[in-house]
Design a binder for this molecule. Structure first.
Ligand code: FCB
Length: 455
C-alpha cells in the first residue's frame, strides 16, 4: 500500500449544484439562475433553485458523510451568499451557514476543503463585465479575504478556482454553460488572464490572514494515455498533455496554459506563439502575482484518450475500440488516466497532487429492496484508485482523492439527468439513500486502502 497514513479520503460537491435556497438567506442572484431561465440552455428546463436543499439539510448531509467515514470534504462557497452584490456589504446569514457547516464537519473529524469559486459568479458582477472587467481581480481578492478572515480560524485548506477551463471555455467560448456567451478569442484570453491574476491575489490574501493555510488550485483536462510502456509512447503522451490545442472550440482546454503560469511563472512558449495576436499585455509583474507559491496541485480527472508516438518525435491520437466502456454521461472509462495524469503533472510541477474530483454518472435507481445498487461505480472507483495507488508506488507524491460526488446533484446543462453521487437523492422528497458504493468506500477507507489490493 503506497498511500500515505494521512491520505485524504474525500468527497466533493459545489454550492450551486447542491445548496438550493437560491432566493433565501440573503443570497444574491448568480449567472446560473439567469442561464437556467433561458429556454433550451439546460435539459428539461431545470435549475438549481432547490437542488438537494443542502442549505436546509446540511446537518443530515454531514451525518451521512460521517457514516461514509470520509476524512475530508470539499465544498464550494457561493460568493453571492457572502456578498450578494459581489462586493461591499457582507451577508452575515451566508457567513453563518458556512461557519456552522465547518463546525459540524470538524466535530465529525472531517477536514473542510473550501473551494472559493465553482462557477456561480454573482450576477451583479456579471453585469459589470464579469471576468472581462480588470476589476474582477480585486473583487475576487476582496471576497477571498473575507472568507480567509471569517473561516480561516478553522478552515486551513483552500482551493481558489475550480476548472477555469470550464467556466471560461464552456461559459464564454462555446456558450454551453453560464453565462452562455460566445466571445472573441481576444476577450476570452483577457478574461483568462484576469482569472489567473485573481488566483494569485487570493493566494496572497489568504496567506496574510491564515499563515498556516494550505492553498491549491483545481484545473482539469482529459489525460493522454500512452498505448504502451515504450519510452517513445510515454514521451508522446507527455508531450500531448502539455501541448497547445488552438482548435476554435477547445483552445481553453490546454493544461499548460492554465497551469504553467501558476506553477512555473510563465505561459507556455508554444501558446504565446500560437495565440500571439489575441493576447492581452502580460507583464513580468503579472507573472509574479500569478505564480505566488501554492502548496498542492489539485486536478480533476475523469478520463483520458489513447496516444502513441508518431515515429518522428511527435504524438498522435489512436482511435478507441468499438464498444469501449462508457459511463452514463458518455465519458470513457479509462482508469489509466489516474496513473498518467498525476505522474505527468508531478514531473512537471513538482507539487503534491490531490485528485480534487473523479467519478462517474450511472443509471442509478432505487431497487425493489429499497437499496441503490451501483456496481459500475464501485468497479470504476476501484480501478481508478488502484491506478492512483500505482502512481504513488512509483514515486508520485499524492495527498488525497475526492470522489465526485458526495451526492447526486444538479449537473449543470444536463440538469438532474446525470447521477454522480455516492448518495442517492430523491428530488421530490429529498430523501437520501447511501448507494452500495458509499458502503464500499467506507470499507475501503476503514482498510486505509488495503482493500484495493485484494482484487
Ligand atoms: C466537473 C465539475 C463538477 C461536476 C463534474 C461532473 O467538470 O467541476 O462540478 O459537474 O464535472
Amino acid at each position: 500500500m503506497a498511500f500515505k497514513e494521512k491520505f485524504l479520503w474525500g468527497t466533493a460537491t459545489s454550492s450551486y449544484q447542491i445548496e438550493g435556497a437560491a432566493y433565501e438567506g440573503g443570497r444574491g442572484k448568480t449567472v446560473w439562475e439567469d442561464f437556467c431561465s433561458r429556454p433550451g440552455k439546460v435539459l428539461g428546463g431545470q435549475n438549481g433553485d432547490r437542488a438537494c436543499d443542502h442549505y436546509h439539510r446540511y446537518k443530515e448531509d454531514v451525518e451521512l458523510m460521517a457514516q461514509m467515514g470520509i476524512t475530508s470534504y470539499r465544498f464550494s462557497i457561493a460568493w453571492s451568499r457572502i456578498l450578494p452584490d459581489g462586493t461591499g456589504a457582507v451577508n452575515e446569514e451566508g457567513i453563518a451557514f458556512y461557519s456552522d457547516l465547518v463546525d459540524m464537519l470538524l466535530k465529525k473529524n472531517i477536514i473542510p476543503f473550501v473551494t472559493l469559486f465553482h462557477w456561480d459568479l454573482p450576477y451583479a458582477l456579471y453585469k459589470k463585465g464579469g471576468w472581462q472587467n480588470p476589476d474582477s481581480v480585486t473583487w475576487f481578492r476582496e471576497y477571498a479575504g473575507i472568507i480567509a478572515s471569517r473561516l480561516g480560524d478553522r478552515v486551513k485548506h483552500f482551493i481558489t478556482f475550480n476548472e477555469p477551463q470550464c467556466f471560461i471555455g464552456l461559459g464564454h467560448v462555446t456558450g454551453e454553460h453560464a453565462p452562455g456567451n460566445k466571445m472573441s478569442k481576444k476577450a476570452v484570453f483577457e478574461m483568462a488572464h484576469h482569472v489567473l491574476l485573481a488566483h494569485g491575489n487570493a493566494v496572497e490574501v489568504i496567506r496574510e490572514r491564515v499563515p498556516d493555510a494550505k492553498i491549491g488550485y483545481a484545473p482539469t483536462s482529459a489525460v493522454p494515455i500512452p498505448v504502451s510502456n515504450n519510452p517513445e509512447d510515454i514521451d508522446a503522451a507527455r508531450k500531448a498533455y502539455f501541448s497547445i490545442s488552438s482548435d476554435d472550440d477547445n483552445y481553453m482546454w490546454n493544461v499548460s496554459w492554465w497551469s504553467d503560469p501558476v506553477l512555473l511563472g510563465r505561459y507556455p512558449e508554444e501558446g504565446m506563439r500560437v495565440f500571439a495576436k489575441d493576447l492581452p499585455e502580460i507583464s513580468p509583474e503579472d507573472m509574479k502575482i500569478i505564480s505566488r507559491p501554492i502548496d498542492f496541485y489539485g486536478q480533476n480527472i475523469y478520463h483520458g484518450y489513447p496516444v502513441r508516438s508518431d515515429g518522428n518525435g511527435g504524438w498522435e491520437m489512436v482511435g478507441r475500440n468499438e464498444g469501449y466502456a462508457r459511463t452514463a454521461i458518455g465519458w470513457p472509462v479509462t482508469p489509466e488516466s489516474l496513473y498518467w495524469g498525476p505522474r505527468f503533472l508531478y514531473e512537471r510541477y513538482k507539487k503534491p497532487i490531490i485528485i480534487t474530483e473523479n467519478g462517474l454518472s450511472c443509471h442509478d435507481w432505487v431497487s425493489l429492496d429499497g437499496k441503490v445498487h451501483d456496481p459500475n461505480r464501485i468497479d470504476f472507483m476501484h480501478r481508478y484508485l488502484k491506478a492512483l495507488n500505482q502512481a504513488a508506488k512509483d514515486g508520485v507524491d499524492i495527498d488525497g482523492y475526492f470522489a465526485w460526488s458526495m451526492m447526486d446533484n444538479f449537473e449543470w446543462a444536463k440538469g438532474y439527468f446525470e447521477r454522480f453521487g455516492m448518495v442517492y437523492v430523491n428530488y421530490e422528497t429529498q430523501e437520501r439513500i447511501l448507494k452500495d458504493s458509499a458502503y464500499w468506500y467506507r470499507d475501503l477507507i476503514q482498510s486505509r486502502g488495503r482493500l484495493l489490493e485484494e482484487t
